[in-house]
Design a protein around this ligand. Structure first.
Ligand code: GTP
Ligand code: MN
Ligand code: MN
Length: 378
């Protein structure tokens, strides 16, 4: 639709879960700027501001053309005063002064470097910064007490901060398949997270594991981890029981089979061997040139085990994007009086749990058009 001035005017529904967001983005200059401000807010314990910037960026991601004029943004949802100011600055001056000064700020740079250590969150990084620690050298010199995750994070810092390719994700997928087949034949492995949404690289690789027979998945995670450990694939792992009682609000918790839901944060050792076996690199023999060259890399891998009865909810909940998930839960609560988690969907009006064996059914329960994973890149 066009208005009198022949300026393209776009119409966009307000919840990200009502929209189809592919990886094609005609407004990366604007969305990168808003995402950086979102990241800065999140790293500064300003979650509300972070979400506001994420929502604004997500709206721009679905526009079919690059924005060239502020009038094109009239009537669009989620664009607050602050985000509009940033966009205007970029359209008029080629850059946003706030984004540029944030990028340059010592605090932001330090927060990025320190939270780049696996196991270090914004709170820890903030404490270190207040103690005068701004980079890895200063951190190492000050010999702080680090937990096991942080020690592994520091040791494999460069590898973990290097993006994971789809080919590497697939090679790890083959190893996980092998582990699962060895400890519980018939169990199924599904690639989730960003790679399921079609991304070509990621910060980690995420897998969801289940078994078609309810209950067979009980105790599975420790067996998978033991197998991987015995084969030398794990540089670090921490398995936690489902943290869903503590971490998620609302009544979306079916009380049976709660402790069957487990996750494992790990750092994987991916060697050239696995990549070769996955058919991705030319077959070659170790040579003198390999002397001193590292023939493996560390990769962050997340594993989740779910009972088949909760599989659709886990699949939907772990495919992301994070904003898409947040918007699904907001839609459920605010528009439907329902409570959605990665375990269940509770209908507050009927006071009952709504069953689903596929993502399509969950969208239908929520009164939403089905959005496939490749269009959940909000
Ligand atoms: P990259 O890894 O950066 O490529 O992006 P990603 O979308 O895969 O992000 P990430 O691996 O961080 O998370 C994948 C999905 O899992 C996202 O939708 C998150 O919302 C979800 N997720 C991450 N941590 C948790 C958690 O502790 N509980 C639940 N229920 N979901 C989580
Ligand atoms: Mn991921
Ligand atoms: Mn992850």
């Amino acid at each position: 639709p066009t208005n009198e001035a022949e300026v393209e005017v776009f119409s966009v529904p307000s919840y990200a879960c009502q929209r189809r967001t592919t990886l094609e983005n005609r407004n990366t200059v604007l969305t990168d700027a808003l995402s950086l401000l979102a990241e800065n807010a999140e790293l500064s314990a300003e979650e509300g501001r972070g979400v506001a910037f994420r929502r604004a960026a997500a709206v721009l991601k679905v526009l079919p053309e690059p924005v060239t004029d502020m009038t094109q943004l009239r009537g669009l949802p989620c664009l607050g005063e602050h985000s509009l100011r940033v966009i205007k600055d970029i359209l008029e001056n080629g850059a946003s002064s706030e984004v540029e000064s944030t990028k340059q700020s010592e605090r932001f740079k330090a927060l990025k470097v320190l939270t780049g250590i696996f196991g270090v969150g914004a709170k820890t990084a903030d404490r270190w910064i207040r103690e005068g620690i701004h980079d890895l050298q200063q951190l190492k010199d000050s010999r702080p007490t680090l937990n096991r995750a942080q020690r592994a994070g520091l040791e494999h810092y460069d590898d973990i901060n290097q993006p994971v390719s789809k080919a590497e994700a697939d090679a790890i997928g083959q190893v996980v398949e092998e582990a699962v087949a060895a400890v519980l034949p018939g169990a199924q492995v599904t690639l989730i997270g960003g790679f399921r949404r079609g991304k070509l690289s990621g910060h980690d690789v995420d897998f969801l594991i289940t078994h078609p027979e309810e209950g067979r998945e009980v105790g599975l995670m420790p067996k998978i981890v033991s197998w991987l450990e015995s084969q030398g694939f794990l540089l670090y792992q921490k398995t936690t029981r489902n943290s869903y009682l503590e971490s998620e609000d609302g009544p979306a918790r079916p009380c049976s089979n709660m402790d069957r839901f487990e996750r494992c944060f790990s750092v994987f050792k991916l060697s050239e061997d696995e990549k070769r076996r996955a058919g991705q690199t030319q077959s070659r023999h170790a040579s003198a040139e390999d002397g001193g060259r590292k023939l493996w890399r560390a990769v962050r891998v997340d594993l989740v085990v779910s009972p088949i009865s909760q599989f659709a909810f886990a699949l939907l909940g772990w495919t992301g994007s994070k904003l898409f998930e947040r918007e699904l839960r907001r839609w459920a609560g605010h528009e439907k009086t329902m409570s959605l988690s990665s375990h269940a969907l509770y209908d507050g009006t009927q006071r009952t749990y709504l069953r689903a064996t596929s993502e399509e059914e969950i969208f239908a329960h929520l009164g939403l058009d089905y959005i496939p994973p490749s269009e959940r890149n909000a």
